[in-house]
Design a protein around this ligand. Structure first.
Ligand SMILES: Cc1cc2nc3c(=O)[nH]c(=O)nc-3n(C[C@H](O)[C@H](O)[C@H](O)COP(=O)(O)OP(=O)(O)OC[C@H]3O[C@@H](n4cnc5c(N)ncnc54)[C@H](O)[C@@H]3O)c2cc1C
Length: 469
């Protein structure tokens, strides 16, 4: 560790998963940190303790398989980067099969002790009620999905009313390769080209009358999750869950997100579809498509089952399923530069779930990156960004630029929070995976697994190089 503690401190606001990791990375690089955490003075609707990095719900960090699972790769990259969150998780692991699950109290206690014991970290228990003052020239806001209201208002005042969302209305996202294009076709409604479009921007799934009716019946009968009290979020116009729309009348969806107008089935041009489900490109790579207007509160199991009734999606693989829950996140692709700094306010970064990632591990990893970027800048250097082939880079790319702005729905947000998944990684170079010797047919599950393994191996190699290991 290079001790350069004569440098001014970096302020980190929020001692959750992201803020704790950011503080650790900064201090380990020899720069002092002041970590501002409000719990102890003011609580949130979900946290129960004053411990740093409290896990508010599940105690799982999900798969620990770094050979073929994207979150497992992220674990491995964080370990390579000296993550405090991963070190504390590993030290407090409880049995959970292939997943990394932790004793939540032991985990939070380990993080808290490490930060409290670090000579370069000062922890202040206070609520930060506005944007960091100008003299906090390097600061990170990592206040999470339950950011206290006055800070949230200040962020909204600085970034614009449309730039801060207070809950997710999430439509499912599908891996493009799992969509059956012998049934579906590319076309924009009325072949509209629009600014930046081609006239063939959507993937369309056709339904006849019987298929539509069966789908509506399944939606209405589907198992939904209930709102928890802390969520308290009313529906608002333009964001009704599809099952609620279906309940309002059999024809509602056919006149809403599933209207067939302006679309001609390329595989069967003479037959007009009765209804159409549209999917819109979700990332710049085109490896993911989201189901337009399909925000839902259906339980995950019910979603997968019901959405696979849609012609062309029978074998759909979901990068994420839909949901509706309390969250606070900014429109990062518009507001942040590639190193997570607010455009127009150099030195002020965001990290964690408030940037539009989802989950404990993802939040901590974005804290790790923000901490490293801030520390580099404090030393007067320019941050080096992780390669987009790494899990760090793939997630950062999603947050700061990977989404597609929707030109045809002015006023609607298209950036949605996301867990890390292989759909965010750039495709492999052609020829990277070849048929194993002795194997007759190389496709389906075997090929998909080989792709994941090659993507994971490439990520870890590139990450080690980026870290200078
Ligand atoms: C109810 C609920 C359940 C969830 N369940 C899961 C789950 O099971 N698995 C999963 O992976 N993810 C879950 N999440 C998402 C989870 O919150 C994030 O993955 C993760 O905690 C985000 O990390 P973070 O550091 O961004 O935010 P947090 O961990 O929430 O940390 C933010 C910190 O900032 C503090 N803070 C807020 N405002 C201020 C302020 N103005 N001044 C000072 N301090 C402030 C808070 O007290 C908190 O300690 C859940 C979220 C919620 C709300």
């Amino acid at each position: 560790m290079t001790k350069t503690s004569s440098l001014p401190p970096i302020h980190v606001i929020g001692g959750g998963l992201a803020g704790s990791e950011a503080a650790w990375q900064i201090a380990e690089s020899g720069i002092p940190v002041i970590l501002h955490e409000m719990r102890g003075v003011r609580g949130t609707d979900a946290h129960k303790t004053d411990g740093l990095a409290e896990l508010v719900c599940s105690n799982s960090f999900r798969s620990d398989d770094a050979t073929s699972n994207a979150v497992g790769v992220l674990h491995a990259e964080m370990r390579l980067a000296g993550s405090l969150i991963m070190r504390s998780a590993d030290a407090n692991q409880v049995p959970a099969g292939g997943a990394l699950a932790v004793d939540r109290e032991g985990f939070s206690a380990a993080v808290t002790a490490a930060l409290e014991g670090h000579p370069l970290i000062t922890i202040t228990r206070e609520e930060v009620t506005g944007l960091p003052p100008e003299d906090w020239d390097q600061a990170i806001i990592a206040t999470g999905p339950l950011t206290a209201p006055s800070l949230a208002e200040a962020i909204q005042a600085r970034t614009g009313a449309d730039s801060l969302a207070f809950f997710d209305a999430i439509a499912p996202i599908v891996h493009t390769a799992s969509i059956d294009m012998d049934i579906c076709w590319f076309q924009s409604r009325y072949d509209k080209v629009g600014p930046g479009g081609t006239g063939k921007d959507y993937i369309n799934c056709p339904m006849d009358e019987a298929q539509y009716n069966a789908f509506i019946d399944a939606l209405v009968a589907g198992d939904t999750t209930g709102f928890k009290e802390w969520e308290g979020t009313p529906y608002f116009d333009g964001c009704l869950p599809i099952e609620v729309m279906a309940e309002r009348g059999r024809e509602t969806l056919r006149h809403g997100p599933m209207k067939p107008m302006g679309l001609t089935n390329a595989h069967n041009p003479s037959v007009k579809p009765y209804a159409v489900v549209q999917l819109r490109q979700d990332n710049a790579l085109g490896t993911l498509y989201n189901m337009v207007g399909f925000q839902t509160k259906l339980k995950y199991g019910a979603q997968a089952e019901i959405f696979r009734l849609i012609p062309g999606l029978e074998n759909a693989e979901f990068a994420r399923l839909g949901g509706l829950h309390r969250n606070t996140y900014i429109n990062s692709p518009t507001l942040l530069d590639g190193s997570l700094a607010l455009k127009g306010r150099p030195g002020l970064r965001f990290a964690g779930q408030i940037t539009g990632c989802e989950g404990y591990v993802e939040s901590a990893s974005i804290g790790l990156l923000a901490g490293r970027f801030a520390a580099t800048e404090r030393r007067g250097e320019t941050p080096s960004l992780p390669p987009e082939t790494t899990a760090f880079g793939a997630l950062l790319g999603h947050i700061t630029g990977g989404h597609i702005v929707s030109d045809d729905e002015p006023g609607k947000r298209s950036f949605q929070p996301m867990n890390v998944n292989f759909g965010l990684f750039p495709p492999l170079e052609p020829g990277t995976i070849t048929k194993p010797e002795g194997m007759k047919r190389f496709r389906g599950k075997d090929k998909a697994l080989a792709k994941k393994q090659a993507t994971a191996a490439r990520a870890l190699e590139d990450c080690a190089r980026w870290l200078g290991l």
